[in-house]
Ligand binder design. Structure first.
Ligand code: SF4
Length: 273
């Protein structure tokens, strides 16, 4: 393993897709990936926990019989919020209680804007059946020395003849299928699973929890190749190469904006010399 290859995670590949320079700065600044806007961090955490607790909704209609959708959603989010404070103790240690409560209320009201949200989770769907029958291993961590890659997949479902990676996404859901970056991430997890379980991963799932969309995704050859190509770019950056910015880099909300501008100016001065 070459110097700089050791710490590459699947999340680095995802970050590269957002903006390659984020990989560069995170490798040097040791910033927490969740840092930045506190409210959106809390919202992401709550949504993610919601996805880890779908069993509270799917298959438990009898428990909530006759209860209004509003009350069901609020009760579930309240329940999850209590656990979140313990599970994410470090991340939430400096957060004011009123911010947490405000985000919780906003999330419930945003979810309730989609009158079908609850029904979409209650409807028959293959992923939730698989989770109900086989369970899943939460944040299953894998390491491959051969690939110089590691990662924790949100949910790993193991059936008699399949090992299936599932990712929870708190952002926007595409109209069809899954985003290209999500395909790449699933392919990267699949290669880690194959190394650990000596199997071939045929498909994965993406849970777009904000809109309760659960999408199956075949693991294609081109997605595997894309993940390996991205891994090579990330290795170069970790060894010190300063990359170009991403085509749709979210600079306005970026915590590295100042360092990025300074670095760009220094490079252009050197180039002129
Ligand atoms: S400021 Fe823009 S180009 Fe620089 S790291 Fe952030 S997102 Fe990327």
């Amino acid at each position: 393993m070459e110097n700089g290859d050791r710490k590459i995670k699947v999340s680095d590949l995802t970050q590269y897709g957002i903006c390659p320079r984020l990989v560069y700065f995170h490798a040097r600044e040791h910033s927490e990936p969740g840092s930045g806007n506190e409210r959106s961090m809390v919202e992401r955490i709550l949504l993610k926990e919601l996805a880890f607790n779908l069993y509270m909704i799917y298959g438990s209609e009898a428990e909530y019989e006759g209860t209004e959708q509003k009350e069901v959603v609020e009760r579930i989010i309240d329940d999850i919020a209590d656990d979140v404070k313990h599970v994410y103790k470090r991340e939430l240690s400096t957060l004011a209680a009123d911010v947490f409560d405000a985000v919780k209320l906003d999330l419930a009201s945003n979810i309730l804007k989609d009158s079908e949200w609850l029904n979409k989770i209650r409807a028959e769907n293959e992923l939730l059946v698989l989770q109900k029958v086989h369970g899943y291993d939460r944040e299953h961590t894998m390491v491959s020395e051969k690939l110089s890659l590691s990662g924790s997949v949100d949910k790993l479902i193991v059936t008699d003849d399949e090992v299936i990676p599932c990712m929870i996404k708190t952002g926007k859901c595409p109209e069809y299928s899954v985003w290209r970056s999500d395909r790449m991430q699933l392919a990267a997890y699949s290669m880690l699973i194959e190394a650990e379980f000596e199997t071939t991963v045929r498909r994965g799932f993406v849970e777009y929890i904000r809109t309760a969309e659960f999408r199956a995704c075949p693991i294609r050859r081109k997605d595997r190749a894309f993940a390996l190509q991205t891994l090579k770019h990330v290795k170069r950056i970790k060894r010190g190469a300063f990359p170009d910015k991403g085509a749709n880099a979210p600079c306005d909300n970026c915590i590295f904006l100042d360092q990025c501008e300074t670095r760009k100016t220094l490079l252009s001065m050197l180039f002129r010399k």
